[in-house]
Ligand binder design. Structure first.
Ligand SMILES: Cc1ncc(COP(=O)(O)O)c(C=O)c1O
Length: 404
């Protein structure tokens, strides 16, 4: 079956964070929203059918995942990632961000150092600071348009901050790196040496561009597996974020029990019925849809790449290896972060995520969400290009006026 990702779906008035809060965020009415990391595509038909059946059944009582559900999740990972998780390792939570905050509270105490590698998905830092843990930043290094982890510095960062936990973004939002097995092995050697527990956020793991391979952190070795927690969800892959269902693998039984018990401490026991139904259907029937989606997104990425190379070389695309997010180096536009945000949203009427949302190391960058129909991406690029031309003309006119 050929899926139609060109179809435009009106998401206005659906309480969509991406589309419906323009006024609250001071964006123009006609802005094209390419910011929050969800997609403007309908979920696969099998998922929608499963949800429709649940709606016509009409009873929405308490729900709990069972072995059938766990098997569907585990099969997805074993059939696609050369990793065979056991279904006993799974704990369901209402979201990955919730899970990682709970893990911080469970596995560390106030004042403990927690390592992250900025620029990175901003709730990592928020979870650390709001829970009074110490932020131990080990910034990624950008060289020749390519980001790397600074593994030498990582060791120092762990020691200096007495860190006992690290949050890894694998693949890395926003810079789009899909960490290689070798990189992850080096990281795990360091973390094991200092007894640092790794929370590996693998929510973007299904989006990997050709030539790259996603490596679940727990697949590295038995030792790595027993010192980690893998956060996954169908929410990015199948556009189910609003159903708040995530699957957390904790191979170490002691850590798993501690985590499960901490969930009970805050009263978290049952899981959203629609989320479970959608997730099971997606992992059962969604593989072909996903293959086609990835190839469609690849087309969007090519358009963006072509735009940056031919029409607006002041923007450099950091070539993504995974995720449907593109990280744009806008430093040659010579604007402050406020000016960049103003330019894109108020001049071009395209709503991107400012790089500084991922911390100060994202300064001068913007994050572009490729998960929209091709016509929307084309329109966004044309708006950005036109706004830039008109900005340049104005600057040139001013220059002439002042004889520069
Ligand atoms: C790296 C990363 N983790 C987690 C999330 C959100 O997960 P959830 O909606 O399950 O809390 C996102 C969403 O953008 C993300 O990019």
């Amino acid at each position: 079956m050929q899926y139609n990702f060109d179809k435009l779906i009106n998401r206005n008035n659906t309480w969509s964070i991406k589309h419906d809060f323009k006024k609250e965020y001071n964006k123009p009415d006609d802005v094209l929203p390419l910011w929050v990391a969800d997609m403007d595509f309908q979920s696969p038909e099998g998922v929608r059918k499963a949800l429709e059946n649940a709606v016509s059944h009409g009873v929405f009582g308490y729900t709990k995942a069972d072995e059938k559900y766990y098997r569907a999740v585990c099969n997805w990972y074993s059939s696609r990632f050369h990793w065979t998780p056991e279904y006993e390792w799974l704990v369901c939570t209402p979201g990955v961000v919730f899970a990682l905050s709970m893990a911080l509270r469970t596995f560390t105490k106030e004042g403990d150092g927690v390592v992250i590698q900025p620029p990175v998905y901003h709730p990592f830092e928020r979870a650390i600071l709001r829970n009074n843990r110490k932020l131990a930043a080990n910034p990624l290094v950008l060289r020749d348009g390519h980001y790397k982890m600074d593994l030498e510095q990582l060791e120092k960062t762990i020691v200096e901050n007495n860190a006992s936990l690290m949050i890894l973004c694998n693949p890395h939002n926003p810079v789009g790196r899909v960490w290689t097995r070798e990189e992850l092995e080096s990281l795990s050697r360091i973390c094991l040496k200092y007894n640092v527990f790794v929370i590996s956020d693998e929510i973007h793991g299904d989006f990997v561009w050709p030539g790259h391979v996603q490596t679940p952190y727990a697949s590295l070795s038995e030792d790595a597996a027993s010192h980690c927690m893998i956060c996954t969800a169908p929410s990015k892959t199948f556009n189910l974020a609003g159903l708040q269902t995530s699957n957390i693998f904790i191979p170490n039984p002691v850590m798993r029990r501690r985590f499960a018990s901490a969930l009970l401490d805050v009263g978290q026991e049952n899981i959203n019925r629609m989320g479970l139904i959608a997730c099971e259907a997606a992992y059962r029937d969604g593989a072909e849809w996903l293959e086609q989606l990835i190839s469609y997104l690849h087309g969007n990425l090519e358009l963006l790449r072509d735009f940056t190379q031919t029409r607006m070389p002041e923007i450099k695309l950091i070539e993504p290896e995974g995720t449907y997010l593109a990280w744009l180096d806008c430093r040659s536009m010579n604007m402050s972060d406020d000016e960049l945000e103003h330019f894109f949203s108020q001049k071009a009427h395209v709503w991107l995520d400012p790089g500084v949302h991922s911390g100060s190391f994202g300064s001068g960058f913007m994050r572009f969400n490729l998960g929209s129909p091709r016509s929307v991406i084309k329109e966004a690029l044309s708006r950005i290009g036109d706004a830039w031309d008109s900005q340049k003309n104005k600057t040139a006119e001013k220059g002439e006026q002042y004889g520069i």
